[in-house]
Design a protein around this ligand. Sequence first.
Ligand code: UDP
Length: 471
Amino acid sequence: MISPVPFTSLDLAELAPIIGAERQATLLETAAASRSALDGRAVVHVNSTATGGGVAEMLPTLLGYTAGAGIDARWYVLSGTPPFFALTKRLHNRLHGHQGDAGSLAEQEHSIYEEVAEQGTPGLLEALKPGDIVVLHDPQTLGLAPALRGNGIHVIWRCHIGVDEANDATAEAWGFLSRYFHAVNHFVFSRPQYRPSIIDENLVTVIRPSLDPLSAKNISMTGPDQTAILRYTGLLGEPVGDPPSFVRRDGSNASVERRAQMIQLMAPPEDEPLVVQVSRWDKLKDMAGVMTAFADYVAPTGNGHLVLAGPDVSSVTDDPEGAEELAHCQHIWNELPMEKRRRIHLACLPTDDVEENALMVNALQRHAAVVCQKSLAEGFGLTVVEAMWKGRPVVASAVGGIRDQIDDGLSGSLIQDPTDLAAFGTVVRKVLDDPDRAGQIGAAAEYRASTDFLPDRHLRQWAEVIGGAIS
Ligand code: UDP
């Protein structure tokens, strides 16, 4: 029920050429102060999947640099049963203000929830000692809090989801989760608005996520390398060439071996601009809306192809709705006239090898003329800053943490009503038609990402939270 996840220790010095000497010096000072304050205590993160989604994306970086700072850092995954993940997906949807399925959040659901937590607790306690710090991520893991706190562990709950405006759905989800809040020492949210009023604001720190500029997802890549990966995996042109080689984060050599599973008539031509959205197959990411907007408002008015890329749906174990949403998208695609279908491509990216998957996403985001994130709700939306870091113009819904990343009209475009397909499609068309303006927006986006969304800022904030928890 609870399993350790390996990760690579990362050298903070590698960030110096990217963040500059001044930021690097501050980071090293923070690292030294944290190491001494922790005095051998472990910092342990627990979430519910090692692959798929923003949390699994961020943890290897956060943990890797923490370990690189000489701190005892560990990562565990709590696995669950299908009823447990159906329940936690319900909580996920409702915390985003959406009903999700029609299921209840009553005593029976507390039993399902607590049973998984009880099964995960012994394995975790065995690895910990009183005084250690455990960071529990998202609703899936919060049920572990009472047993951990009861054994002298400092518990921080990091909730990555939420909405600015509470409604009946959010109230129901918070009502369910609040039973476990008494066991949490400190809370972390991505936006101040996500804190439910039941939690004292003095117990909350707001931390926006960050990306790792040196990971396979974000490392710089030459044009020919991008094309080689996209061609080999079937995402562009004819699938040709040898498996492209790459160097892993731990320094070992590897190659991109697997191909994407494509739902398409023919691969996108190499000389056509691509509109890309990379997301889990989740209703709230609205891949279906992107497709309809593209078909109705982008395809009829000019060139371009659309690629909707998500993980192989069997691989994201904590998201039971993925297969259903992919089937829904495929159904919409099947119903489109041939001329539009030809220009729309659904890609399922293999996730057996996380770095191989990340390189495919990296190449796709870099190749894109426009990156979209037309979410109906979004905790933060790491895909947005990933594209910004790559100098891409992003067209995204003005929801949740996306608003903290893009200055509308300056470093990207925000669509106020996430359900307005015409507005979305019209802006995508404008960006496609004006490459000079797209280039300026991309440059501003890259600057914004490098200023606000790199690991040094993120690590410093975590050092403060952890320092506060043990003081
Ligand atoms: N992602 C990926 N492969 C995929 C689809 C998504 O690596 O096939 C990554 C994406 O690049 C990003 C993360 O999953 O790093 C999604 O994080 P985000 O915050 O955008 O959304 P979440 O899935 O956490 O709701």
